[in-house]
Design a protein around this ligand. Sequence first.
Ligand code: CA
Length: 445
Amino acid sequence: MQDMFSRRSLLLSAPLLAQQPKPINVLFLAVDDLNTHVGCYGAPVKTPNIDALAAQGVRFDRAYCQYPLCNPSRSSLLTGRRPPLTGITNNNVWFRRRLPDVVTLPQFFRAHGYWTAQSGKIFHGGLDDDKAWVEGGTQLRENAPTKSLAERKPLADRWLALDGDGQDQADFRNADRAIKMLENRPKDKPFFFAAGFAKPHVPFLAPKKYFDLYDPAKIQLPRDFAPMPSGKPPAYRDNFDLFIQRQATPQLAREAIAGYYAATSFMDAELGKLLRAIDRMGLRENTVISFFGDHGFHLGEKGMWSKQTLFEPGTHVPMIVSAPRMTAGKSCGRTTELIDLYPTLADLCGLPAPRRIQGRSLKPLLQNPSAAWDKPAYTYQQRGNVAGASVRTERYRYTEWDGGKAGVELYDYSNDPLEANNLAGDAKLSAVIAGLKKLLAAGAD
Ligand SMILES: [Ca+2]
């Protein structure tokens, strides 16, 4: 805090020095099921507003979720605890059943005098924090029934071009609502405003103009595309959300990817409305803006679709932080995690460090994106009775299933970006494996 404010005061002219510096606001943007198929990450997807945000901040190129599913991922990043500590591995359990007294990220800001409000999905649906929000909190509905894979809707209705501008869609309404709430906010307090976007989560619904941006015939399938999951490792036999019970032909796969891209461009346009409103209200210069997708999303790699894998497409997420007086327009290749957002936002706002947080403030990387950094990224996943735990460094991913009893995986991204060669049995790498095994164990501390 002292560091930030002393740097700030140097920028002020003498008559202003006597004034208190303006407190820093937070705009917290969460997107449901958005992978790194985003324009500024090099994908052929039209996302001009997210790209503009990246140009005003740091784009994290090796950012990872802590669990490849909504509620476990969000419960982790919003409590600052990794999944082994939250114990949450599904979309049904409310985090306060496990951690009744935990101070969540928005609750932390509320306790420090911030006006906290949300529009759209931040905590998982029906499992909102009862202590976090001054405005916009939603009713707790625990144990809402979830459909089994067999009960889910068939493929056919999972992408659709809509007439009109999408006025009846959640992202359109929630963006408008967010703008109104910010316009009417109490002006005597800083704000922590969380805006949750629903697309590109299935079904891929978007106004027709966004579908028109993508010709399915020109969509490139992933190099490791397959019609079905292979069953390895250790039991990836079914898909979540898309192509659940049938094969994806190349034609259907191209249509699905075009639908995902259309839904992404629609979400980007709605997010852009909110960012323009922040500029119009003159808030940009004293507002930290963070942006992320809540977990990865397969688009046919290895025959897999949507979430619930510990491969790169299931765990890798887009994450951008744009902060006053920090680096703008650079990318950062250090391994980072969604759980780092909690201490980062507290740090950038000059608040005391939150207690018992497992993430680490990214402020050093926002000051210098190539600064030294030794923290890897951890992701966990429960598949039936088998618990998976994975650690990602800048070069490797090492994954153990059931502590290694149900399988071990090691991938070297320096020459195997598609995770095609499992090196876990390579005797020449025994020292590397021993180091990664130790690193993986440290993640549970
Ligand atoms: Ca999600």
